[in-house]
Design a protein around this ligand. Structure first.
Ligand code: F6R
Length: 606
């Protein structure tokens, strides 16, 4: 969603914020803006389009003088993408500038109330209502902290806001409620941002803020206050172990490609400290608790598909029944869940609003909460009873890739751990799996270059298609859905993932010469079944690309051979192949791979 960065300190604040915005652009990119105080006047520069357009507009605007600034890159929720709707927004006096991430749900009611008092609005945004609400309290003579408390008392919804006041040009105030905001602490300087990648180049020391806390920043000093009656934790400065390099492209044309190719490293990092060199598994976070008799998984998007994949391996290896729910559905249902039930929440960002909503419902029901997150200190990581970190490093590309690899790996480790502890997994089978895992990163690494060349060739050949079908069975059905999601979100080709055995129950009617199928036909347990399903598609004239292994006997238009690995490790070879196919198709079509239209990383609104 939207990205916020603000700075207070001895440097030129505007360039620091513009650099931060460039790093946050993956969160939203329809417009951008910055506010700073220069020669006693509040200056706001904002533009429709990417941060590069804003950079041009800012040059020569007296921007070099200010020591504090607030900046924003937007992903529209209320009001079309336009300059007037871009942030920062101003209060009625023009002296208070605010950037906002989130949704103010009761903004229409508040706007009508303020309009009746004669307050004028320039934009169609909910955000402008929020800053005018705070400004109205300031105009009544309240201090900033009092004004924030009074205004936010009336605000319903989610927000992370940062404010700059003309009267205190080096000071910033910020507050969050169900929207991410983190404080970065440097030497004599502070940063406020939606996520750490915005300021990682300057400091790795962070303070995670809790809902309802107000932080006031002035250069290197910062102070957190909590609204009376609201809970929060003692504020600690923590060290983020991501480095700046990890948040850069490293010579790759896109973050997405870099992150796909990082998967061997991700596998190694995930296993570090969890599977020892002699093949013993240690999953302390999970093993501190009894094996659940049933597990409910909540997630969205790619993380949901990882959860579906996890269901297959946990049920097979540990015989623990697993339900997997799309969090946006679950949160408004009547789940049969109670004290003692185990819920696993999966989220790369740890900030997805729907997943957080699901987590809250599960907590209300008294369930035991385990989280699988990538971002350390994120809202989901802090909201669960136990968190397992996936250790995949920063994922910048909007399309999630390496995160799914890390989530699947952690789910597999959980399955092995549960299976061993409840006696469902024989010692011999466990050893074989863990040995296989230790060699997995090397196998994937050795094959990635060839897979990429094949993906490029096929993607160029088929990128003209308007529709694509992805077929798979068993553990490959969730991957078929993920392959389709990747293709549609970055290439805009319509694609569906389907279980191959279901084709004959309806969708086969769609098949003709112009409707290609990418079939996951690994030579495993279900190979013979998939082969028959593909024959049915071929008989209707449908072109089939089969992602298979050497030695196959498929009669298809294109056989894409990748090295075989035992099940379920073979999914870790299939996953990057699907991601690379989508990536190369998007490149062939000239799409904006890292920032696909209408999307944003980290969906922090409902
Ligand atoms: C797809 C994608 C999204 C996310 C989803 C959940 O490429 O990135 O579908 O997977 O928004 O995000 P997290 O895992 O951060 O909760």
């Amino acid at each position: 969603m939207c990205g916020i960065i603000a700075y207070s300190g001895p440097r030129q604040a505007v360039p620091v914020c513009l650099d931060g915005l460039s790093r946050l652009e993956y969160r939203g990119y329809d417009s951008a803006g910055v506010a700073y105080v220069s020669e006693g006047a509040m200056r706001v520069v904002k533009e429709r389009g990417k941060v590069s357009v804003l950079r041009e507009a800012v040059s020569g605007n007296g921007a070099h003088k200010s020591r504090a600034a607030v900046a924003h890159t937007r992903w529209a929720t209320h009001g079309e993408p336009s300059r007037v709707n871009a942030h920062p927004h101003l209060d009625a006096s023009g002296g208070l500038a605010m950037v906002h991430n989130g949704i103010l749900e009761n903004y229409l009611e508040l706007k009508t109330e303020m309009e009746a008092e004669g307050i004028r609005f320039d934009s169609q945004t909910d955000s402008e209502v929020l800053v005018k609400l705070i400004g109205r309290e300031l105009a009544r003579g309240l201090s900033m902290n009092e004004a924030l408390a009074a205004a936010l008392e009336r605000a319903e919804g989610s927000y992370a806001i940062t404010l700059l006041d003309r009267g205190n040009p080096e000071r910033l105030w910020a507050v969050r409620n169900k929207s991410p905001l983190v404080l970065g602490v440097g030497e004599d300087e502070c940063f406020l941002a939606s996520d750490v990648t915005a300021f990682l180049a300057h400091t790795r020391e962070v303070v995670h803020l809790d809902d309802g806390e107000v932080v006031e920043v002035n250069g290197g000093s910062w102070n957190v206050t909590r609204a009376p009656g609201r809970a929060g934790r003692r504020k600690l400065v923590e060290l983020v172990d991501w480095d700046v390099q990890a948040a850069r492209k490293d010579g790759h044309p896109h973050f997405m490609l870099k992150e796909i190719l990082e998967q061997p490293k991700v596998i190694r990092d995930c296993l570090t400290g969890r599977v020892t060199a002699d093949g013993a598994l240690r999953l302390d976070e999970v093993e501190a608790r009894p094996v659940p008799s049933k597990l409910t998984i909540l997630a969205c998007g790619t993380s949901y598909y990882a959860g579906l994949w996890g269901k297959y391996v946990i049920e097979r290896l540990a015989k623990v029944p697993v339900e997997v729910h799309v969090a946006s559905e679950f949160r408004y249902e009547e789940p049969v869940l109670g004290p003692g039930d185990h819920v696993l929440v999966i989220s790369q960002s740890g900030e997805t609003a729907d997943t957080l909503g699901g987590l809250e419902l599960a907590r209300e029901r008294g369930a035991e909460l385990l989280g699988l997150c990538n971002v350390v200190g994120s809202s989901i990581a802090r909201g669960v009873d136990t968190v397992l970190y996936t250790q995949a490093g920063p994922e910048i590309s909007v399309a999630s890739t390496k995160a799914m690899c890390s989530q699947m790996l952690m789910l597999l480790l959980m399955a092995v751990s549960h299976g061993r502890r409840n006696g469902s997994l024989a010692e011999e089978a466990e050893r074989e799996l863990l040995d296989g895992l230790l060699g997995l990163a090397d196998s994937v690494e050795e094959s990635l270059d060839t897979i990429r060349v094949q993906a490029r060739r096929l993607a160029r050949e088929y990128a003209h298609a308007s529709h694509f079908l992805f077929l798979g069975r068993g553990i490959f059905f969730p991957l078929a859905m993920e392959g389709a999601l990747k293709l549609k979100e970055i290439s805009y080709i319509h694609a569906e993932g389907y279980p191959s055995g279901e084709m004959k129950h309806g969708p086969i009617a769609l098949i003709d010469r112009d409707f290609p199928t990418l079939a996951l036909a690994q030579r495993d347990r279900l190979y013979a079944k998939v082969k028959s399903n593909l024959a049915e598609v071929r008989a209707r004239g449908g072109p089939v690309i089969a992602l298979t292994n050497p030695g196959h006997d498929l009669d298809v238009e294109r056989a894409w051979e990748i090295p075989s690995l035992p099940e379920p490790l073979n999914t870790f070879m299939v996953l990057p192949a699907l991601q690379l196919f989508a990536y190369e198709a998007a490149v062939a079509l000239g799409r904006d791979v890292d920032q696909p239209r209408n999307l944003a990383k980290s969906v922090t609104v409902e």
